[in-house]
Design a protein around this ligand. Structure first.
Ligand SMILES: Cc1ncc(COP(=O)(O)O)c(C=O)c1O
Length: 416
């Protein structure tokens, strides 16, 4: 066995072991039950760390659809979408999502991460696989890892094709959610905005703030740039009917590529990209994370489909979510907690110190509340927080329980 490999990995392992020894390590908890209420070592806790915003993962109608699909199609497809991984259910779901999002066409990926990875890198190659060396990717400085990795893969893809043309300069970062910063990047791009792809998130996952989409769309239209949105956390959550951030602003028709994941409000796993049919066809035939990875199983696909039906026909889930969010935030504010710019059910309770954040998380855990800490490198130093997420299925008693512990323990350590 190689000793240098062990030496190389030791510093991080030591760091993790040290946190564990202090009893402050909160990750990889082994759950015996999942959903709004989870079970750990026989104890039930209220879950404030899931992205199951509408609480539909355990809806009996969804489970029934999945069971039927398991009987018909088995546990997995064991092949990529290209070969034996496309069923009529995959195609039906793609048609349903395209119609829901008001776009011509859609493709479904195995994860949201792969959706961004594949879509971004596919747009950087031409039909004949040669390089688009005049496209600029304009992205937010606080972009999710899947956007950053999508850009990095674009560089990598080009490099492996023997070209030195794709340069870091083709990836330009604008200040977080700052239209002025984006405007100057687009204006100064080689073709004065043409061939720029602006990529934003509908809702930012660590802060719960909403993208300033109207200003970004104006910039895209002013310079003839195109705009793509990763609406992972907006889908099912924002807009009058839950169609997402673009619906929230009434801008669906102005977005070139609308993407999202099934792993948040849609309660499953997978991702989608929607847009004009030729653009989607290009992505379908060039996205390596789509072509070279196994298709999502049908039980998952029909579950997503059922959840979309429920969102469309039962607005009460979204109403509950919004009521819970307002109630919880009103109380947090009264207590003096800082939840930053959150305008969604992602409620960062910003503590600004990693040990205090982990202490609070542990205390909450001991009192039956799962609210996981986010510390460096997941967030910048000084911005350590409890990443709290509200669900439509939380009862008032659940919300009060979390608030009580936060108040008592927060006072003890001088956070409020
Ligand atoms: C903004 C954003 N995009 C994409 C993803 C990736 O989605 P998935 O979990 O489906 O891979 C996430 C998940 O954390 C996310 O927060």
């Amino acid at each position: 066995m190689s000793t240098w490999l062990v030496e190389k990995c030791k510093p991080l392992a030591d760091f993790v072991n040290d946190i564990k020894a202090k009893g402050l390590y909160s990750y990889f908890t082994e759950l015996e039950q999942t959903g709004t209420y989870i079970k750990v070592e026989g104890n039930t806790l209220v879950n404030f760390s899931s992205n199951d915003y509408l609480g539909l993962t355990h809806d009996p109608r969804v489970i029934a659809e999945a069971k039927k699909a398991l009987d018909t199609y088995g546990s997995g497809l064991c092949g990529s979408r290209y070969v034996v991984g496309t069923t009529i259910e995959h195609v039906k779901l793609e048609e349903k999502i395209a119609a829901w999002k008001g776009k011509e066409s859609c493709i479904v990926f195995t994860t949201g991460y792969q959706t961004l990875l594949g879509t971004i890198s596919a747009l950087l190659v031409k039909a004949d696989d040669s390089i688009e060396d005049n496209i600029v990717l304009a992205i937010d400085k606080l972009s999710h890892a899947c956007i950053l990795d999508g850009c990095a893969l674009s560089v990598g893809t080009h490099m492996t094709r023997g070209s030195s043309k794709m340069l870091d300069g083709q990836i330009r970062y604008f200040r977080h959610n700052d239209p002025g910063s984006l405007d100057s990047i687009v204006k100064s791009s080689t073709n004065k905005g043409k061939n720029v792809i602006i990529i934003v998130e509908g809702v930012y996952s660590m802060d719960g703030d909403i993208c300033h989409l109207p200003e970004f769309v104006k910039i895209a239209e002013k310079y003839d740039a195109c705009i793509a949105i990763d609406d992972a956390h907006g889908t099912g959550v924002l807009g009058k009917t839950g169609r997402g951030t673009a619906e929230h602003y009434g801008l669906e028709e102005h977005i070139d590529l609308l993407m999202g994941t099934f792993s948040k409000a849609l309660g499953c796993v997978g991702g989608f990209v929607t847009g004009q049919k030729d653009v989607i066809s290009h992505i379908k035939h060039k996205a390596r994370s789509f072509m070279f990875s196994a298709a999502p199983p049908v039980s998952n696909i029909v579950s997503v489909s059922k959840i979309i039906d429920i969102i469309q026909s039962e607005p009460e889930h979204l109403q509950n979510l919004r009521q819970n969010e307002t109630y919880f935030k009103d109380h947090l504010k009264r207590l003096g907690f800082n939840y930053g710019q959150s305008a969604t059910p992602i409620v960062p309770i910003i503590i600004g110190d990693s040990e205090k954040t982990m202490y609070l998380s542990k205390k909450l855990f001991a009192d039956g509340v799962l609210m996981l800490p986010m510390v460096y490198p997941a967030v910048a130093k000084g911005e350590e927080r409890l990443r709290c997420t509200i669900s439509a299925k939380h009862s008032k008693a659940d919300l009060d329980k979390a608030l009580e512990v936060l108040e008592a323990e927060g006072r003890k350590i001088g956070v409020i």
